[in-house]
Design a protein around this ligand. Sequence first.
Ligand code: SF4
Length: 438
Amino acid sequence: MTQAVRGGGGTTGIVGRGNDDGARLFRQWFHELAAAAEAGRPAAYVFVMGSLGELMRTFDLPVVFPEINSLQTAVRRVAHEYLNEAEDYGYSPDICGYVKADVATQLRGGLLPMGRIPKPSIAVNTNACNTYIKWAEIWERMYKIPVFTLDVPGTRADGAQTWPGDPDFENDRRYVEGQLRELIPVLERVSGVRFDVDRLREAMGHANTLCRSWKRVLALNASRPSVFNALTDGTIYLGVANGFRGASEGASYFTDLVEEMEYKSANGIGTLTAEQSRLLFVGVPCYPIFRRFSEMFTELGGTFVGSTYLHFASGGANLGYEYDLARPIESLAEGVLIGVRDAMDNMFHQTPALLGMIDTLAADGVVYHPIKSCRTVSTGLADSRRALLAARDLPSLFIESDMMDRRVVSEAQLKNRIDAFFEGLASRRAQAASRLTA
Ligand code: SF4
């Protein structure tokens, strides 16, 4: 395979294209949101677990992801200003930091470091996180907008999932489908656009390309050296997967991304020149020191080959589910059920997913990162770790910080723990090597 040469803007090659194009699409997205805010156009506020982006596009509704907006304030190191403002307004310090940053954003008339976002005309959420439901109620009170909560049945017990064709699954699918059929007239009323099933098919076709490619990209990290860092690069790809779900730009981006990752895999191009430790990440990233957090691992030869975040925060797109365009509404219900259920599984009982990734990605260790202000993802992680260690003899690290609040992020403490973890990894490698030569 030859290295692709890209025209314009000085970008020269295929390697790094996903990061460059991801940044460009993000700027484009926020430019469009700012234009919508300026024009007073209505927007749909949605969440990453069950965004229904493909359906929203059918009604020409710009999509706003408050979770992504909030994490951007942390990456840009201004989250504390937003958190303080919401706490001064009356929100408790110990609730989800994303909610508080969003409340402050709304109090500022939608102003964010990336631009101004439009006000909501509708909020659509799922039950994937209980905070979603209470969060949407804040906008309901502030803006008197309709709120639609899609109730997606989760996994009842470990190993009890059912799949298409099973009577239990079909009952759940019909339950979700009935709700989607109720949502469509609400979206028609809010947007003033009539529902067009062919437009939905088109958006679902783009979502198919995106989901198929996302699954392939995740699998390509089995390469040695790994072709992307799941914590840093992966978060950029994830942003596009959410913001451009159902859009042609999202489909093209992920088609290109597969090409890039296949190229890197075929040519032995990794994120580290000397990859020593292949790690899995559990939880939500430490956005207040996003780059530095990752560097504390990469400086010691460790890279993240997979993460539960890339599963649950993509709304289960990691499964690569593809819609049947011949029966769009039924298939949309089926895809939402499978995807959102998997997202919940990856938050609440992630051990099976981790065991799968340990095998397919040849991971050497697992890093658990519970955080103060997201109990949904953090609760039970200590028990999950015990369950994993009972199933596998694998080094693991348990470090706590936050996704938004730099007041509870201690870089020095994190570094001490990470350094000690790597000493343990090195000594295991030495013992394994001596066993081989004995
Ligand atoms: S999953 Fe965590 S970060 Fe996301 S909305 Fe729920 S509580 Fe907040």
